[in-house]
Write a protein that binds this ligand. Structure first.
Ligand SMILES: Cc1cc2nc3c(=O)[nH]c(=O)nc-3n(C[C@H](O)[C@H](O)[C@H](O)COP(=O)(O)OP(=O)(O)OC[C@H]3O[C@@H](n4cnc5c(N)ncnc54)[C@H](O)[C@@H]3O)c2cc1C
Length: 381
């Protein structure tokens, strides 16, 4: 094992792999280390598709990043010659006063993003696959859609390796130690010495930084696929969608890959210990029941029998904002994590920002204060 490098990236998943690509493009001697061989299904980046919306319901700070991220995904498509983004559009649907929708509309206004407002009747007329109560309304964002997330990671991986980045797969980092002018990473395969380290460890961020006692919660989420032969449930005849109603949040994608319509529930979750995570969809009756109820109510032309399901981990901070900041005790260590279930779409721009921070000490893009590791919500819990 080559055991010295300028920059080691611990965690070569969504954000780590993007950072590896950007650093390798600058000719930096970068070593990516991962417990598995990304893309894989034992973290937070599997399941075929991720929504990219620009009018962010998570807060206005994200809209600018989403637009830049979208641009970087297009650049990645060009460079890798792979199809990574599917322009399905994203339809937000729900009760008029749903807070997620209100925030998204506000963010669209602030950033001049185009959202088409639609009544329930107009939605049903345009996409007969949906059934909606008359008090629902919707907003269609034409320019957003679905990222083929595993292919995105693969594209960054292939380009990073082509640029001479090194990847140590199946190599868990068990400990990080600070020395005067270098950092030591103990792994299950030996010791690595690095000048600087990036921690992009997803669901394991709280564990690898246990001395900081960060209030990070890891939860299990479910995904389900519904096979269909009906064109009205396939791309391009159905948009990607996000439903917010009765304090519940579901999202989904048209059948893009031939595996069926994919549904996910955003607000139902169970705490999980990442080292014991495994694919166990169906372990709880609710896993399938949640989706069945949603499909029967809002997508009634679809079979309510699930083809298959998956589970995935989300790493939450108390305020659901990201952490992108230097380690409080060592400025040679950068932490990027706590993506709280909405991080994939930003992985491209986060990779670029991380690369700039490592090379120049700061990013050319604005980093919102809400990403600070010393913010109150990470202290006062
Ligand atoms: C079901 C589900 C649906 C989602 N939907 C969306 C969506 O529609 N839109 C969106 O933007 N986001 C979505 N997200 C969130 C998004 O997928 C995550 O925010 C993002 O993938 C997190 O990236 P990451 O790099 O932090 O983690 P990961 O991609 O999981 O990467 C972390 C990597 O670190 C490695 N690792 C951890 N510890 C160690 C160690 N000690 N040593 C070596 N390697 C280590 C892991 O093996 C892993 O490969 C969803 C998430 C889930 C689970």
């Amino acid at each position: 094992m080559k055991n010295k490098c300028s920059i080691a990236i611990v965690g070569a998943g969504s954000v780590g792999m993007a950072a590896g690509y950007y650093l390798s493009k600058e000719g930096i001697d970068v070593l990516l280390i991962d417990s598995h061989d990304p893309p894989h299904d034992i973290g937070s980046h599997h399941g075929e598709t991720r929504l990219i919306r620009h009018a962010a319901g998570e807060g206005e700070e994200y809209a600018d990043l989403a637009l830049k991220a979208q641009d970087r995904w297009h650049q990645l498509e060009k460079e890798s010659k792979k199809k990574l983004f599917v322009p399905t559009g994203t339809l937000m649907v729900g009760e008029r006063d749903a807070s997620f929708i209100r925030k998204s509309v506000k963010s669209a206004k602030t950033f001049g993003l185009e959202l088409e407002e639609l009544t329930a009747a107009q939605i049903k007329e345009r996409w007969p696959g949906f059934e909606l109560p008359s008090h629902f309304k919707g907003y269609l964002e034409h320019s957003s859609g679905a990222l083929l997330n595993e292919d995105c990671i693969l594209a960054y991986k292939e380009l990073a390796l082509k640029n001479n980045a090194k990847l140590l797969a199946h190599t868990k980092v068990t400990e990080m130690k600070f020395n005067e002018d270098y950092l030591t990473l103990n792994t299950i395969k030996g010791t690595i010495y690095a000048d600087q380290v990036i921690l992009t460890t997803g669901a394991w961020t709280g564990k690898i930084l246990s001395e900081l006692n960060l209030p990070i919660q890891v939860v299990r989420k479910t995904l389900g696929w519904y096979a269909t032969e009906k064109p009205l449930y396939k791309y391009p005849l159905l948009p990607s969608f996000y439903f917010s109603f009765e304090n519940r949040k579901y999202y989904g994608f048209p059948d893009i890959t031939g595996n069926g319509v994919k549904i996910g529930r955003n607000d139902s979750e169970r705490d999980i210990e990442p080292d014991f995570f495994k694919q166990d969809f169906g372990k709880y009756t609710k896993d399938e029941q949640d989706f069945k109820e949603f499909v029967e109510r809002f997508l009634p032309g679809l079979t309510s029998r699930i083809s298959y399901g998956q589970t995935c981990m989300v790493t939450k901070t108390p305020d659901k904002h990201f952490i992108l900041d230097w380690h409080p005790k060592n400025r040679n260590v950068l932490i990027a994590g706590g993506f709280s279930g909405h991080g994939f779409k930003y992985a491209s721009i986060l990779g670029e920002m991380i690369s700039q921070m490592m090379i120049a000490g700061k990013s050319r893009h604005h980093i919102p204060d809400i990403f600070s590791i010393s913010r109150n919500s990470l202290k006062n819990y």
